[in-house]
Design a protein around this ligand. Structure first.
Ligand SMILES: Nc1ncnc2c1ncn2[C@@H]1O[C@H](COP(=O)(O)OP(=O)(O)OP(=O)(O)O)[C@@H](O)[C@H]1O
Ligand SMILES: [Mg+2]
Length: 263
């Protein structure tokens, strides 16, 4: 019997704010699309940075908050209503609005298992048309993150190569791994060092990341002003061959394609 190919779900998380979760989500998603993969991006952050980057304008159709609500309420779901397409990046996405702030309360109301709502959502056959589903998390460890971690095949933690945001990484990682006790370290759980600078303190953090997490560590993303411009311009760097941040994200994309579901 032919096996149905499932999408590889990647959850991009870190409890800390401003450590390049959204920048990584959009560049990795766009890079996967450049490699011919069909990608769905999910924004679960009520700050809606990813949604804004994708140039979403409110269209009156349901968003991720309603998808969570309808699943918890066990209402019928018309998946097509939730999916938007970004022509420029050739990506599908489910947007967030500030209304998502109430989603944690909604998840708590689930009668089956409040930690597996996303698992139920993304195991629907509707999503088999995607090769990758990428979830851009909010800076927290709330029930949205628990759901995202549990439903994912790969947990990708962006860690800023800077001493202050690096503090507490080990504790956070332990908390995330408790949500996913069967995960294979280095295969299902990866660390992406971001904003790496050519200065001593940043190099020291990179070294510490390699010492502590060796097999889990992806090639680092350098700190460049081009990233700031790209978020303001709503573009991605993976499309620019001359940009070393773009090239670094394409290296990550190729590692992820190597670990894609095959069966
Ligand atoms: N490689 C980089 N070089 C320079 N600046 C970067 C780089 N990566 C991200 N940034 C900048 O860092 C800031 C935070 O990035 P981003 O929004 O992706 O982080 P985040 O983890 O998603 O934040 P939040 O937790 O608020 O969702 C942004 O201004 C972004 O442009
Ligand atoms: Mg973000």
């Amino acid at each position: 019997m032919e096996q149905i190919k499932k999408p590889t779900i990647i959850c991009i998380a870190n409890e800390k704010g401003g450590v390049a979760k959204t920048t990584s989500a959009i560049n990795i998603a766009a890079g996967l699309s450049l490699r011919g993969k069909k990608v769905l991006l999910i924004d679960i952050d009520s700050q809606t940075h990813l949604t804004n980057w994708l140039d979403f304008t409110f269209d009156g159709k349901p968003t991720i908050a309603e998808l969570i609500y309808q699943t918890v309420a066990q209402f019928p779901i018309n998946h097509d209503d939730f999916i938007r397409h970004n022509e420029k990046l050739n990506l599908d996405y489910i947007p967030a609005t500030p209304m998502l702030a109430g989603a944690v309360t909604t998840l708590h109301a689930d009668q089956t298992d409040e930690t597996t709502v996303f698992t139920r959502i993304f195991s629907d056959n509707y999503f088999v048309k995607y090769d990758f589903i990428i979830i851009d998390c909010c800076p927290s460890l709330d029930l949205r993150i628990t759901n995202a971690v549990i439903c994912s095949d790969i947990l990708l933690i962006t860690v800023q190569a800077d001493p202050i945001p690096y503090q507490g990484t080990d504790k956070m990682l332990k908390t995330l791994l408790r949500m996913k006790p069967t995960a294979n370290i280095g295969e299902d759980v990866l660390i992406l060092p971001t904003m790496a600078m050519n200065i001593q303190v940043s190099k020291a953090v990179l070294e510490a990341i390699h010492t502590s997490y060796g097999s889990m560590v992806l090639p680092a993303i350098p700190f460049r002003a081009s990233v700031k411009n790209s978020s303001a311009e709503k573009t991605v760097l993976v499309k620019r061959r001359s940009d070393d941040v773009g090239r670094a994200y394409m290296n990550v994309v190729d590692v992820l394609i190597g670990g894609e579901h095959n069966g």
